[in-house]
Ligand binder design. Sequence first.
Ligand code: NAD
Ligand code: UFG
Length: 355
Amino acid sequence: MATVAGSSSKKTILVTGGAGFIGTHTVVQLLNGDFRVSIIDNLDNSVPEAVERVRELVGPQLSANLDFHIGDLRNKQDLENLFSQTKFDAVIHFAGLKAVGESVANPRRYFDNNLVGTINLYEVMAKYDCKKMVFSSSATVYGQPEKIPCVEDFQLMAMNPYGRTKLFLEEIARDIQRAEPEWKIILLRYFNPVGAHESGRIGEDPKGIPNNLMPYIQQVAVGRLPELNVYGNDYPTPDGSAIRDYIHVMDLADGHIAALGRLFTPSDIGCTAYNLGTGRGTSVLEMVAAFEKASGKKIPVKLCPRRPGDATQVYASTEKAEKELGWKAKYGVDEMCRDQWKWASNNPWGYQSKK
Ligand code: NAD
Ligand code: UFG
């Protein structure tokens, strides 16, 4: 487990959206890495039980370094209450809405939540002189990439309102840092986060019918859904299905620890983006086969037309993160499916015993 080199005392990190999928896994690694952590989350897409499981995973001693606040970033007073009580060394900002289809149907909800929430956060951070931020961006900012692998200096493009919030928030971060050079901001562009903590105690628990491939496959495997719709079998790829760069959520969590390490170095890093991916592409049908192997369950598939807006093939260039963050993904798709199956088989209905 990485710790921040050269730190003389424990650092205190505010994790927004820390009760969510990526947040919980990152908080486990932060606590194991000897950070103090405060979570703020409005529980819009998460449950308190997830934070309880984080406490259980790290044990009572490290759990004493975690506090959890139910609050909403759109309400500045919630942030004021936190910052006025605790001196944060940095913020990891996960809180946001992420469902592409919902963002198309209701863009105002996305602009309000993701943009207003983040602008409030910057204002309160500035007021309390906390000017180090790790922001959850997404490979969605590459749009339909003309070339692969995606390199951080590619031209950026949004394909839908959700993607536009990530693009705007990247631009806002660059503008703030340009105007106030004392800020250090790392934009982490996640590729496709999947898998779960190896304990099977925490994992992804989407509300309603999942939009994303792996939670959907998982629900077919446990019998909650009858079959998987495979969107597109006529792509110019070896098996005709689309290719993505799936990354184990624990690798992603460690990427955040590496990013903090970079924020806490004396160098002038400005505002800079890193891809967090494996650099390897896997097709939808290959993911189905890998999950069948890990679970021993048959995943019935129905071949369907392409999903509008989907790219053929997306995967990351990992060079910049390897070189500057000293971080590289360790796990492959077999481990992703193994750990996700452990979570799914132990928690077929997610954090609640029955839905
Ligand atoms: P998640 O929904 O599981 O977690 C987000 C958390 O933020 C939830 O617990 C939610 O309740 C909370 N939240 C939302 N709005 C809030 C607000 N206004 N105030 C306080 N809390 C709020 O999602 P995740 O998969 O963990 O994603 C975390 C971040 O990573 C998001 O910003 C997302 O856009 C980004 N991201 C995710 C993926 C992915 O595929 N999971 C890919 C790329 C980027
Ligand atoms: N897919 C299916 N059936 C499904 C769901 C998905 O065939 O039921 C296919 C999609 O068509 C796509 C691939 O599986 O080809 C992956 O789809 P996901 O929805 O899991 O992921 P995306 O690559 O479309 O996008 C996700 C997030 C975005 C984020 C992006 C990069 O939804 O918000 O990863 O991080 F930007």
